[in-house]
Write a protein that binds this ligand. Structure first.
Ligand SMILES: Nc1ncnc2c1ncn2[C@@H]1O[C@H](COP(=O)(O)OP(=O)(O)OP(=O)(O)O)[C@@H](O)[C@H]1O
Length: 259
């Protein structure tokens, strides 16, 4: 879960910068020095990040009787879902039925109000709103997130660049992320979620802003993860893709029958 920690750290930092209403360079110093500082802080590799082979058929995620309440309001209850290596699950349903909340519960970022969640250790999470830092470059993000997973900078950059190429994106070495288009920033998010080779990928509408070619590249990637024995859970509104997935969890139907 170290990449999740790194993502939270960069989001906190962005919030700090926003609160102080200062030029990031003046507040934190030059971007590359700040990135180096964060990398040093996250240098200790997460326990158990040594590469392991995905085992197709192995349970990567299991939800049993999971429910969520915000104060006295029930969002959903009684959610059961099992996703194995080599399977893709889609979470669908109307706006506000709790899809993002459920995905955060799967990632361990939001506690369920009831039920149990078992997940494999190596998880990649791609949130709907990215946790990227606008004044860092894509390469600095690769280095930062890679360090959190115990990758040396060179390996993190080459892996990130390779994964970006699978989405037809060639990151500039100098352009800060705040100058990227929305779709390209979303590609960065996707690459960061996959950088450490997770067994379980949790994706919250990861293709928002993608052009048609990138969208097709994305689903090609999903099939290649599945073929490699990884498990994928994707929140989606695009029902015509459901023929390509192994499980469909209609959270709208579940939410419609909460107590
Ligand atoms: N931290 C929170 N505190 C209180 N209520 C919340 C919180 N987070 C989410 N909610 C509520 O929980 C419900 C589910 O939100 P969520 O974002 O999970 O829905 P969603 O199905 O992903 O929606 P969308 O399709 O629009 O992305 C919404 O009514 C939302 O207002």
């Amino acid at each position: 879960m170290q990449p999740v920690v790194a993502r939270r750290l960069t989001a906190d930092t962005a919030a700090q910068a926003g609160e102080h209403d200062a030029d990031p360079d003046g507040f934190f110093g030059p971007a590359h020095l700040y990135a180096r500082h964060l990398v040093a802080e996250l240098q200790t590799p997460a326990a158990g990040t040594a590469p392991e082979r995905c085992v197709p058929g192995q349970v990567m995620l299991q939800l049993s009787g999971v429910g969520k309440r915000y104060r006295r309001r029930a969002v959903f209850s009684g959610v059961d879902l099992t996703v194995r290596g080599g399977e893709v699950a889609a979470i669908v349903g109307a706006n506000g039925c709790g899809k993002s909340t459920l995905l955060r519960i799967c990632a361990g970022l939001t506690p369920p109000s009831c039920g149990t969640v078992h997940r494999t250790r190596r998880v990649g999470f791609v949130p709907q709103d990215g946790g990227t830092a606008g004044w860092l470059t894509a390469e600095e993000h690769f280095t930062l997130f890679g360090a959190a997973a115990g990758m040396v900078p060179r390996k993190a950059i080459s892996t990130g660049t390779h994964l970006a190429s699978l989405l037809a994106w060639r990151p500039s070495r100098v352009q800060p992320v705040q100058e990227l288009s929305g779709g390209t920033r979303q590609k960065l998010n996707l690459v960061l979620g996959e950088l450490h080779g997770p067994d379980l990928l949790l994706l919250d509408e990861p293709y928002q802003g993608f052009d048609q070619g990138s969208y097709l590249d994305f689903w090609r990637q999903v099939r290649s993860w599945r073929d490699a024995g990884r498990a994928v859970v994707v929140v989606t509104h695009l029902l015509h893709e459901l023929q390509n997935v192994d499980h469909v969890l209609d959270l709208g139907a579940v939410a419609g029958r909460v107590a």
